[in-house]
Design a binder for this molecule. Structure first.
Ligand SMILES: Nc1nc2c(ncn2[C@@H]2O[C@H](COP(=O)(O)OP(=O)(O)OP(=O)(O)O)[C@@H](O)[C@H]2O)c(=O)[nH]1
Ligand SMILES: [Mg+2]
Length: 321
């Protein structure tokens, strides 16, 4: 996943105005069309800056020259650069321009050159007036730096292999990689559950704040989240310790993350029979107040978690989308 990149943008040059005459020797040369503009568009369906960084140089089309019969040249085609929410846009010298945080908001970042005027527009008395025209404005260019802060309503955190990606996939139509080993997920990844954005995070281990495991680079992406979904696999026996250790790690990583509203999700419930599960639940209730038990292989569990998450998120604030 690419979350920062530098790009250059160049607007289109304006088309030239032309000199032309009709059959009665009257000026009828049209104006040039304006050059293409560059827009930056916030797009919920773009998850990172990979595509943008591959193109790197964005050049809008030049305006077309004017034509006879007073016809204005065509406007050069604009370019729209789609970027994810929330992306900060900086000038090449690192001064901030704008933070893109709204879906489909279109920011005109560079305007194309204006078209020159043809002799019809500039016509005056006598030949001199009829022989005047102006050239189109030059194009302009600029360097930009883009920096993505992924935004999600709910973030899924837990030890490696806890089943985070499996749950995020089950709640959405995402198909992120799931595997029976640790650190399958290497970068934050987003998924959509109805109106809500979910963020699947890399597995977290103790000492991550000191650089262990995959570190804590992901934290910058959790800034706007409203709910922490703390995933703990029922395969573990010491659930209370696991929970406490991870909370302790969070307290070292970020105060904001530590104090986010939280829902504990015990995963892989299908390793127990229904009968065993009743007992397990009774035990859990002794140590935990607010939790959900689920298996991604049970449709009713997935639906229930979806419902709980939606209730929580709607009671906290509006959805991101
Ligand atoms: N039995 C059972 N296995 C599950 C369940 N959910 C996930 N698994 C399995 O647990 C393993 C880990 O699942 P992932 O979803 O990759 O776990 P993760 O927490 O995203 O792992 P990392 O990305 O490495 O941190 C995979 O083999 C899954 O098939 C579940 O509800 N029941
Ligand atoms: Mg994963």
């Amino acid at each position: 996943m690419i979350d920062t990149c530098k790009i250059t943008i160049q607007s289109g040059k304006g088309g030239d105005g032309v000199i032309a005459f009709d059959n009665n020797r009257k000026a009828d040369g049209g104006d040039g069309g304006s050059g293409g503009d560059i827009y930056i568009v916030g797009d919920l369906n773009v998850y990172d800056l990979t595509k943008v960084s591959k193109v790197k140089n964005f050049v809008a089309q030049d305006g077309h020259n004017g034509e006879k019969h007073k016809q204005t040249g065509k406007h050069g085609e604009d370019i729209e650069i789609h970027i994810p929410l929330i992306t900060k846009i900086y000038n090449g010298d690192d001064t901030e321009i704008f933070t893109m945080s709204r879906n489909l908001f279109k920011l005109k970042i560079l305007e194309g050159g204006k078209g020159g005027l043809g002799n019809y527009t500039l016509r005056g008395e006598g030949w001199e007036g009829k022989l005047t025209r102006t050239k189109g404005e030059e194009s302009s260019s600029k360097e930009l730096k883009l920096e993505l802060n992924l935004k999600a309503d709910a973030i899924f955190l837990g030890y490696p292999n806890a089943g985070k990606s499996s749950i995020v996939n089950s709640l959405s139509n995402a198909k992120y990689k799931v595997a029976p080993y640790e650190f399958t997920t290497l970068n934050p990844q987003l998924a959509v559950m109805d109106r809500y954005l979910l963020m699947d995070l890399p597995g977290l281990i103790e000492g991550a704040h000191k650089g262990r495991g995959l570190g804590i680079d992901f934290v910058k992406h959790t800034k706007y989240s409203k709910l922490l979904v703390h995933c703990i696999s029922l395969e573990n026996t010491n659930l209370k310790k696991i929970y406490k250790d991870l909370k302790n790690e969070l307290s070292h990583i970020s105060e904001d993350l530590y104090s986010l509203p939280e829902l504990i999700v015990f995963t892989k419930a299908d390793i127990y029979s229904d009968e065993q599960m009743k007992k397990v639940k009774r035990e859990l209730e002794k140590d935990f107040k607010d939790f959900v038990v689920m298996s991604v292989f049970r449709k009713e569990n997935v639906e229930n978690l979806k419902k709980v998450l939606k209730e929580r998120l709607s009671s906290i604030s509006n959805s991101t989308i």
